[in-house]
Design a protein around this ligand. Sequence first.
Ligand SMILES: C[S@@+](CC[C@H](N)C(=O)[O-])C[C@H]1O[C@@H](n2cnc3c(N)ncnc32)[C@H](O)[C@@H]1O
Length: 244
Amino acid sequence: MSTNPYESDRLLAEYLLFHYGSPAEILPVTAPAGMRDALDFAVRTTRHFSPGEVERSLDLGCAVGRSTYELSRHSRETIGIDFSQNFVRAAAALAAAPLAYRRLDEAHHHTDLDAKLPQGLPVGSVSFECGDAMDLRPDLGDFDRVHAANLLCRLPDPCRLLARLPHLVRPEGELVLATPCTWLGEFTPPANWPPHSTLEWLVENLGHHFELLDTGEEPFLIRETARKFQWTSSLLSVWKRKNA
Ligand SMILES: C[S@@+](CC[C@H](N)C(=O)[O-])C[C@H]1O[C@@H](n2cnc3c(N)ncnc32)[C@H](O)[C@@H]1O
């Protein structure tokens, strides 16, 4: 059995709900406004790219694929890559048909739900593949848009991805990173955590090749049970690849 939590059916169901659930499926009846504001994270992060149509987009750590499909609205070709085979299989299957899953409510109580793409998606060509963001295949090519949400602090050695990014993003292309900065020893050895603030560390590692266009916060909400939710704020940064 795999020890990767992202291969588990429990996290698969949590992420299908997180990416594709309706407000009524996710929120408790008593939800305060702040919980509602944290919905649709996988859609919101993709809206930080400049408007317009592009040729190629890449979603790293795509999980069950909602951001990948959203990127396809304005991209002729879109690739989603994730380390979890279970997530990648689900993301790809959604292009053909809704996917049934069981939302955990409590103990042995579940609710049967269907995850489905919004009508009309995908728009361009979309594909999903298993891959390691720290060791991407050399022939992946380069992209007009690269999106990596809540991935960096799940990598054992995030600097390996940061070093590859100048080669993945085309000159004048854009990069959107989101990270909740939840650095944990179980994913990233402390020696590989940012030595100071995550944003300063990103500027140190990316500043030579990228211009920092914007920063912000994007909250997100993951429902674990009917009464337990993770509310987290992700540090968002938007970068433009320099020409040189
Ligand atoms: C916290 S989830 C975020 C998923 C999605 N981007 C989102 O914002 O909902 C982290 C994702 O990164 C994936 N992941 C972890 N290590 C990875 C690696 N080395 N390469 C690619 N994906 C990885 C996990 O399988 C998981 O889907």
